[in-house]
Design a protein around this ligand. Sequence first.
Ligand code: DGJ
Length: 728
Amino acid sequence: MNLKFFKTAFFLAAIVLCFKADAQIIPIETSHNALVLQADAQHNLTTLYFGTKLGNVKEYELVPGNYKQNEDLSGLMASAYTPSGSRNLLEPAITVTHADGNNSLDLRYVSHSVERISDDVSLLRIVLRDPVYQFEVTLNYKSYFRDDVIEQWSTIKHSEKGNVILQKFASANLHLKASSFWLTQYHGDWAKEMQPEESKLTHGIKTLDSKLGTRANLFQPSVFMVSLDQPATEDAGTVLYGALEWSGNFRTDLELDPQDNLRIISGINNYASPYPLKPNEVFETPAFLYTLSSQGKGDASRKLQHWARNYKVLDGTGSRLTLLNNWESTFFDFDEQKLALLLSDTKKLGVDLFLLDDGWFGNKYPRNGDHSGLGDWQENKKKLPNGVASLVKEAEKDGVKFGIWIEPEMVNPKSELYEQHPDWVIKQPKRDEHYMRNQLVLDLSNPAVQDFVFGIVDNLFTKNPALAYLKWDCNSLIFNAYSAHLKNQSQFYVEYVRGLYKVLSRVRAKYPKVPMMLCSGGGGRVDYAALQYFTEFWPSDNTEPLERIFIQWEYSYFYPAITSSNHVTDWGKQPLKFRTDVAMMGKLGFDIVVSKLSETDLRFAQDAVKTYNQLKATIWQGDQYRLADPRGNSVAAIAYVNEQKTSAVIFNYLVNYRYDERSKLPIRLKGLDAGKKYTVKEINLYPGKNTDIKSDRTYTGDFLMKIGFNPNVNADRTSVVLKLDEAL
Ligand code: DGJ
C-alpha cells in the first residue's frame, strides 16, 4: 500500500469510526463456542467472552456486568491484541520502536470483515490502527465451525518514514475468565519426548518457550492445555488446547493478571530477534491454533484430530504405507547384498515399502558413522555400486516400494560440502564451532542453500521417479546462531524457518503427495506448520513398548493416529505381540531383523500386517477414545471407533508388572451407539494362543458404555486387541 493510499484509507476509516461511537460486538461462533470481541466507544478492542456459546447473541454484552473483579486501571487488560508503551502495563502482544525512535503503540479498531470460505470455515479480519503513527495490525481469525477450532494470526505493516523495529510480534492474545487455571505443559529430551506436567497457574507470568532455533520439541513443544476452574479429566471439564504453527523458536506467555483473569499470548519467540520492518512490507505471523471444549480433554482432542486430518496434515484423509526400516537392524553397516535380503524380507513380511535409512551416501568422506559425509548426497560407491536406482528397481521386482532417508538441512564438518561452502554453515565467524552429533546446521536463510536442499530431494525423485517415500531427519540444534548471508543477524531465527518452509513448499509444488516422515532425532520437530508438508511424524527414537504407550498417549491429545509413525523394534523385553500391538495404534512399521525371527514370530508378524490392513481405516480415520490412562491404572486402553459407529478396535495393555496386577474391572467403552448391538472378538492372537472371549455373544452399546467389557489382561495376556462389530 503506498503512503497516499494509506493516508486516504486512514481518513475514510476515521470518518466511519465517527459514525460508530457506540460499542460494537464481534462474535466468532463455532458449533459449541463463542469468542466474543468488543470494540468500545473509544475503539479499544477487547475480549468480552470466550466459552460455551449463548442462545441469544444479544446477551454477550451483559457478560462483563456480572463480573465484580478489581478495576481495570488501563482498560486494556482484556485487550484482543495488547500494545505496549502507551496505557498498557501488562505483558504485550506487540512492542515496536517506530521509525522516529518512539516506543509507544496504541491500536484502535478501524473495521472488520468476514469472508465465508466454505460452509464450515470463515475468516474474520479486524483492522486495528495507531491513531498517531501510520502503523496497522490486522487480526485474522480463521474459524472451523464443526471442530470448534480457531487459527489466529496477525498481519503487521506500516508506512512510516523508515524501518520500524518489531520488538515483539505475537500471533494471538487470548483472555479467559475462570476461578482458577490449570496448565498442562510438556517437556522432554532425546527418547523422553512429551513428558506432561500439570500445575495451577499463579499470578504473574509462566512462559513456555524455545530458543533452540530448530527442533524445539526436544526440550519443549509449543502444545499445551489450560483447564478452567478445575483440572479437566478425559470426559469432563472445560479445557483449552493451544499450539503455535511454527517450527522454530516460539514463546507463549500465560499471565494471571491482577484481575485474576488469564491472558495467553503466543507467537514467534522475540528472543534475539528484533525484526526491522520496512515501510509497506507485510509481516505475517504464524497461526496460533486453539480449540476449547466443555466436555473434557477427550472431546477437545477428537476435535483437533478431526480438524487436523481434514484441514492441516498433508493427505490427512488419505492412505499411508506400512514399511520395514533398516536403521536398527544394520545402522551404517550395509551393502547391496544385505539390502537385497532386506527387500525380500519386506515382501515376506507383507508391508508396503522398504525404507533405507542413514549411511547410503558420501565417497570422499563415506557416511559409515555419524562423524562424516553428511551433506554429500551421492551414493557411496562401495556400498551401492549400482546406485539408489538399482535398489528402486530391485524393490519393484520384489513387488514392494522403496523409500530413503535424508537429513538435508545438516552438514558434517568432515564433508565435501563443508569444504566447498563453509559460508553455507551456521556458525559464529570468530568462535569455535560447537557440534551436536558431530554436525552443524546449514543456513536456510540463504537462497543458495534453499536451492541446494531442494535439489537433494529433486535429484532423488528425478533420477528415481518410482521412489515412494522420504524420511526427513534433523538431528542438531542451532548453536552459535549466525548467518554469513544475512546483513541483519536479528532476522536469523525467523528467516531460517521461513527458508525451511520455502524449500518444503517447492518440494510440495513439484511432488504434492509423496509421503514424507517428519523425523528429528526422534520427535524433535512435530508441529502443525511442518505437518502441512509431511504425512506423518516420528514421535521418538524410544520404541520400548511400555515407554511408547505413554509417549503415544500424550501425542494423541494433539495429533491424529494417522500421523504417528510407530515401529516395532527390538527395544525392551516385551514379546513381539505386545510391541506390534503398540505400534498398530498409528501408522505401523517394523525395524527388526526379519530373518532372525522365529517361525512363529514371523507368522505372527505376517498375520498382524494383514490384520492391520483390515483395521487401519478405523485407526487412521476413526474417533479416538482414551479408555484407561496408563498413569494411574494397571491397564491402559485406547479405542478407535469408525464414523458410522459400526466398528471399533480397542487396544489394552498391562502397564504395571507387580504381582497380580490385571484388568480386575470391566473397561467402559466410549463413542459407541447405545442402541446398536455389537460382537466383541479378540484379534491379533499369537499363533497357538486361544482366548476365552466369546465372539458369538452380543452386547448393546449401552451395556458396553455403562458396564464395560473386561479384556482379561493379565501377566499371561499382557496385550489384548479387541474388535467390535455391529451385530446385524
Ligand atoms: C535419528 C532418527 O530418529 C533415527 O530414526 C535414524 O534415522 C537416525 N537418526 C539415523 O541417523
